[in-house]
Ligand binder design. Structure first.
Ligand SMILES: C[S@@+](CC[C@H](N)C(=O)[O-])C[C@H]1O[C@@H](n2cnc3c(N)ncnc32)[C@H](O)[C@@H]1O
Length: 211
């Protein structure tokens, strides 16, 4: 509840922590690997403070539609939105029910967001609906480790982590989520980010097409 310590933490501290963590150089390096692949009309799910905007290839992108339920993070995106050499529209809403028409986007981009969406399976179904049948889903996420001992610790620590980290989950299997939502993986790179603990640093970077 806003006004209570937990509400204040989520309202004022979490957005700044999220922006700070997402600005780390090691994360920026991952963005550079995936964001320039986007083309045409782009649906960016969980656009947050807009940190992907400078990494789009302006020669390929016509318009970015960013959706995010957090007004504080959206406000932080304003400078980058204004600097973008293409049209950027933001919608304050959760991805579980997007006020967007079917078959609208050529690309859907999701970076470090599948961990935080409360109903992630439903959100990915929505992504599939809004994406053209010929479109492509690009993702770069942290999630469930491929090392069973690390995954076990991710499961144990997840409730605590989720409470302090604004709803972020440590242990989501991104490949399975994408496939279960009706996509076929076209490319996937799994690796642990250098200098990060396996609990948080196991990456899923890839692309998928609607089946
Ligand atoms: C760790 S941040 C990543 C932000 C951005 N994608 C990036 O790479 O910098 C997670 C984002 O997911 C957003 N988010 C949380 N729940 C969501 C939902 N239901 N639908 C869409 N985005 C959501 C948060 O508001 C936040 O902006």
């Amino acid at each position: 509840m806003p006004g209570e310590p937990r509400g204040l933490w989520r309202q004022y501290v979490v957005p700044r922590l999220v922006h700070g963590a997402c600005s780390l150089r090691v994360i920026t390096e991952q963005r550079r690997r995936i964001v320039p692949e986007a083309e045409g009309v782009v649906l960016e799910v969980g656009i947050g403070s807009g940190l992907n905007l400078p990494h789009y290839d302006a020669a390929k992108v016509r318009r970015v539609i960013g959706i995010d339920p957090d007004p504080r993070l959206l406000a932080m995106s304003e400078t980058r939105r204004r600097a973008a050499p293409f049209e950027v529209q933001v919608i304050e809403a959760g991805a579980e029910a997007m006020p967007l028409e079917d078959d609208l986007a050529d690309t859907a981009l999701v970076t470090y967001t599948m961990c935080s969406i409360a109903e992630v399976a439903r959100a990915l179904e929505e992504v599939r609906r809004v994406l053209k049948p010929s479109g492509r889903l690009l993702f770069c996420e942290h999630g469930r480790s491929d090392r069973p001992s690390t995954a076990k610790w991710q499961d144990r620590l997840n409730p605590l982590w989720r409470a302090v980290a604004g709803g972020c989950n440590l242990n989501r299997d991104v490949t399975r989520l994408v496939e279960d939502a009706g996509f076929e993986i076209a490319f996937l790179d799994n690796y642990t980010l250098p200098g990060t603990p396996g609990l948080l640093g196991f990456q899923y970077l890839g692309s998928a097409r609607p089946r």
